[in-house]
Design a protein around this ligand. Structure first.
Ligand SMILES: *Cc1c(COP(=O)(O)O)cnc(C)c1O
Length: 386
């Protein structure tokens, strides 16, 4: 049996919830999407929530709601999935990156401060910064918020890894230190809706703007129209929006999955603990964030001590795959993709993220990973890094 690095866990309750929707009147635009939005908002302590068909769509809507457009600049970390950067390009804005902190693997605060001071001098400050809570470990949001007030940029937390994580003992998504927070419900993430995402915030205007753009820029609210409705059928398109809606099937699955979110996360902690103990004294660097206790642990990453072992990074990776273990690498630094190189980025631009990329391996971690499977992962990896 092939062991993937991550996978969903679907139980009978999840299945029944989706089947109930199939037998119901509404497959889309019913009551379950608002229900799921309320559930997530209550869970993470935000006032508003806007469900979407992916986190990528939610990131796009968040950028648009914050007014990102041509001539603007958005910064994020190079160590993320491409969607954290692409969302700015969709809006016609420019993207730049701030290298990571090698200890936390999150955006480096030291680099960020330096880059902001320089950007201010040159008159090229970013409009929005998108910190990513890498593997579920929160960025230092209080510090980022302080800089955001000092330099006048907005903050979107890409919490695709981090539903269920906390910062200062409060759930990520409460948006105390940001304008909007984004979650992903892709099957490898903490909970799933198949595809799906959500934007949460505490600002009514931002929430209504994201709702409007999620559904074609069409309103049925007469107070937002240019004149009285022609009749009961009437609606107006007042902006250029998209169809980024989540279906009722997805929302039903999400609501059902939310009932088990704490179980999902605590199982991930048990798995991580077992890895930690097994890898003590081995030629590996563990990503041991000081606040890992508050992380939802989307990923468990090790970095090889290449000077201590005979095999190369690629050899270890290939051998693990041959043994049926779906190790992965999160992520290829965004600026090294051909599309970004063509925009003018170069190898060497973000050296810490690049060095990480040469050594990192993501190991299987998910609710249904059995002890026996995990032992196979441990024995296989330890055998390869003598
Ligand atoms: C998964 C992920 C996304 C994209 O999520 P989708 O729901 O697949 O669109 C964006 N950012 C990060 C950091 C992710 O891990």
């Amino acid at each position: 049996m092939y062991i993937p690095y991550g996978r969903q866990n679907i139980d009978q309750h999840d299945i029944d919830a989706v089947i109930d929707v199939l037998r119901s009147d509404f497959l889309t635009q019913g009551a379950l999407v608002p229900g799921f939005e309320n559930c997530v908002a209550r869970y993470c302590g935000s006032e508003y929530a806007v469900a979407t068909n992916s986190a990528t769509s939610a990131l796009h809507l968040a950028c648009l709601a914050l007014g990102v457009g041509p001539g603007d600049i958005v910064w994020t970390t190079p160590l993320t999935f491409v969607a954290s950067a692409n969302c700015a390009l969709y809006c016609g804005a420019k993207v730049d990156f701030v290298d990571i902190d090698p200890a936390t693997l999150n955006i480096s605060l030291v680099e960020l401060e330096e880059k902001l001071a320089k950007a201010k001098k040159n008159g090229v400050l970013p409009k929005v910064i998108i910190p990513v809570h890498f593997t579920g470990n929160s960025c230092d949001m209080a510090a980022i918020r302080k800089l955001s007030f000092q330099y006048g940029f907005k903050v979107i937390e890409d919490a695709s890894h981090a539903i269920g994580s906390s910062y200062e003992n409060k759930k990520i998504g409460n948006c105390k230190y940001s304008d909007i927070t984004i979650f992903s419900f892709h099957p490898v993430k903490i909970i799933t809706t198949g595809e799906g995402g959500m934007a949460v915030c505490n600002n009514k205007k931002l929430a209504s703007q994201m709702e409007l753009l999620r559904s074609h820029g069409i309103t049925r609210d007469s107070s937002s129209m240019t004149h009285e409705p022609d009749g009961a059928w009437y609606y107006q398109q007042i902006e250029l929006g998209f169809n980024y809606r989540m279906t009722e099937l997805q929302a039903a699955l999400g609501l059902s999955q939310m009932q088990r979110i704490e179980d999902f996360i605590s199982r991930r902690h048990v798995i991580a603990q077992k890895y930690d103990e097994a890898f003590k004294g081995k030629n590996l660097e563990i990503h041991a964030h000081p606040n890992r206790g508050q992380s939802s642990l989307h990923l468990y990453i090790v970095q090889l001590k290449l000077s201590e072992i005979t095999r190369s990074h690629k050899e270890v990776f290939d051998c693990m795959r041959e043994l049926g273990i779906g190790v992965n690498l999160h992520y290829i630094p965004v600026h090294l993709h051909p599309y970004y190189l063509a925009l003018g980025f170069q190898p060497g631009d973000f050296g810490i993220a690049e060095k990480y990329y040469q050594r990192a391996i993501s190991l299987p971690i998910y609710y249904g990973l059995t002890d026996k499977e995990q032992q196979k992962v441990i024995d296989s990896l330890c055998g390869l890094i003598q």
